[in-house]
Design a protein around this ligand. Structure first.
Ligand SMILES: [Mg+2]
Length: 445
């Protein structure tokens, strides 16, 4: 039976994380972790679920962008989409009128990610595999056919990628077994959200040390004195044998980043994440060059607009760690292109995660990279935050500070029905109660 996409449903789902300062950083002081949640329906009854992550207000705009793009997806045969996924991706991102709102950046690209993620979830469900395994089992030619190489062929070509994948085939089976046995290393950001008290940070350091974590990240950037106190506290708690990273979430100018980080060098952070504007490629290059002699690398990517910005960051030697995000650039198809450029230019990928569904999704990508591409976990680690997993039907499983490979089919993106009933915005059961209690003010738009 030919399978068609018969309908698309898009929902605005929000969680009140700002109440406890969860997720707070130098630039986003009160995030309410949220998502635009896409459900693709088919004539076979099987559905695909995808999302893009947002911080609360504005989710309704992403939802509308998904709806505006949905006519391109509705009525399509799924076999035709997946047989020519790169072309289909270009159709979505190059829609002749909608592209004026991007192109390939901002709200329309967030919406692209939500729809594309739902398509991969659907594909994996139809194949009865988790997405990481679907990716591992695709032939190099099939994998390459999912990518739009426009704008990046000066750095990487289809032919090079096919060769790269074929060269990495040796040892794939052994690596898959290793992955199933040991999982993939995680680090935690949860000890150092900017809005947390020193006591809370201490308790959380102890909790994650006891769980076996060896890498910890702290938010910095609002006040140097506070940063020194907080980094000192974390370093004392985790000792010198464990790794520390710091994250400024874009708050600094270029020279300020360099000067500020020299003050934090004493705590031996391995990277400074998002020191400045995500669009400033040459600025990142200047920071990276200045901080390398101090043993501090530069990491960025969670707000990179698209593969072109990643390409230039890599070309300019502006990043030492590449932080792809599963819900920002145009979904898996475009993220794969970034992995291949990183492989070619020798930069490890350490995915951004933590927001709604991000841990659930990026684990699939990094596991595929380990089995099929880089073949290594050296200098590589996946971000982990222990929040909002209970809302998913197949939440991440962490064992000995490692992500264990998901075994259920799909992209781990399906929210529980009950979660949607409670947190759909603005009329979910929990939201109504919070408005009644005066915890939030209802803003109509
Ligand atoms: Mg970050």
């Amino acid at each position: 039976m030919e399978i068609f996409i018969t309908d698309i449903d898009v929902k605005d789902v929000r969680f009140p994380t700002s109440l406890l300062a969860d997720g707070s950083d130098a630039m986003h002081t009160d995030p309410d972790y949220s998502c635009a949640y896409v459900t693709l329906k088919t004539n076979k009854g099987i559905e695909g679920y995808g999302l893009t992550f947002t911080l609360g207000r504005g989710t309704e705009i992403v939802v509308q962008a998904c709806k505006s793009m949905s006519y391109l997806v509705k009525g399509q045969k799924v076999t035709e989409i997946f047989a020519n996924f790169g072309s289909f991706w270009r159709k979505l991102t190059s829609e002749t009128q909608l592209r004026w709102l991007g192109p390939e950046k901002g709200v329309t690209h967030l919406a692209t990610a939500a729809i594309i993620n739902a398509l991969w979830d659907l594909w994996a469900r139809l194949e009865n595999k988790p997405v990481w395994k679907l990716l591992v089992d695709l032939t190099p030619e099939q994998l390459v056919s999912t990518i739009d190489f426009r704008y990046i062929t000066d750095v990487i070509t289809k032919e090079e990628v096919i060769k790269m994948l074929k060269e990495s085939e040796k040892g794939k089976t052994e690596r898959e077994e290793l992955l199933k046995k040991n999982g993939y290393p995680a680090y935690t950001t949860q000890v150092g959200w900017l809005g947390y008290s020193d006591e809370k940070m201490k308790t959380l350091c102890k909790k994650f040390l006891d769980l076996g974590f060896t890498s910890f990240k702290a938010k910095v950037g609002q006040n140097l004195k506070d940063d020194i106190r907080r980094c000192k506290l974390i370093r004392e708690m985790i000792g010198n044998e464990n790794k520390l990273m710091v994250d400024a979430n874009q708050i600094w100018d270029v020279n300020e980043s360099i000067e500020w980080m020299k003050e934090l060098e004493q705590f031996k952070p391995i990277w400074i994440e998002e020191p400045t504007s995500p669009d400033d490629i040459l600025g990142h290059a200047k920071i990276a060059e200045a901080l390398r002699p101090h043993g501090i690398g530069v990491a960025t990517g969670e707000m990179c607009a698209n593969r072109v910005i990643f390409k230039q960051l890599l070309q300019a030697k502006a990043i030492d760690y590449c932080q792809i995000d599963s819900a920002r650039i145009g979904g898996i198809n475009e993220i794969l292109a970034v992995y291949f450029m990183c492989k070619k230019l020798g930069v490890p990928v350490c995915p951004h995660a933590g927001g709604i569904g991000l841990c659930e999704m990026v684990q699939h990508l990094q596991m595929w990279d380990f089995v099929s591409l880089s073949g290594s976990t050296d200098d590589r680690v996946i971000e982990y935050v222990d929040q909002q997993h209970e809302y998913f039907e197949h939440p991440v499983r962490i064992h000995n500070a490692c992500y264990m490979p998901p075994m259920s089919s799909g992209y781990s993106t399906k929210l529980k029905d009950n979660c949607i009933k409670n947190y759909i915005h603005p009329d979910g059961i929990q939201w109504k109660q919070m408005y009644e209690k005066g915890l939030f003010q209802k803003i109509s738009c």
